[in-house]
Design a protein around this ligand. Structure first.
Ligand SMILES: O=c1ccn([C@H]2C[C@H](O)[C@@H](CO)O2)c(=O)[nH]1
Length: 127
């Protein structure tokens, strides 16, 4: 079910759609649902900086709003040569929907590493 190459193709496409006129830091995310669909997301910035949204949350909110809330993997990429890891808020949002999702962090030149949300967010908050 998990096709890492496909996820990485999709995450690169998503990065192209980033709206980042303020930071000029483009981010893409590609989210694999347990049913095999891929939802993509990009960062969407705003002149009121706090209204900006990260790529990861864009992908998750798209999927959940379409009725898909069980996930098995997410890929994240930017234009940087370093691996990009999700911010703290995105980790908590990921955790809300999956306590066992693999996160493929990518570099702009195509390297990737697999991590798990359990490792990136130990003791995530839940009520
Ligand atoms: O994991 C991350 C980290 C940052 N950003 C975005 C937010 C902002 O638009 C830009 C610079 O922080 O990158 C993401 O989309 N995902």
């Amino acid at each position: 079910m998990l096709d890492v190459d496909m996820l990485i193709t999709k995450v690169k496409e998503a990065r192209e759609r980033a709206y980042a006129p303020y930071s000029h830091f483009r981010v893409g995310a590609a989210l694999l649902t347990q049913s095999g669909r891929i939802y993509t997301g990009c960062n969407i910035e705003n002149a009121a900086y706090g209204a900006s949204n990260c790529a990861e949350r864009t992908a998750i909110f798209k999927a959940v709003s379409e009725g898909y809330s069980s996930f098995s993997a997410m890929a994240i990429i930017s234009d940087a040569e370093e691996y990009i890891f999700p911010c703290g808020i995105c980790r908590q949002v990921i955790w809300e929907f999956s306590h066992d999702i693999d996160i493929f962090v990518c570099t702009a030149d195509g390297r990737w590493q697999r991590h798990n949300i359990k490792e990136l967010l130990p003791h995530g908050f839940q009520m």
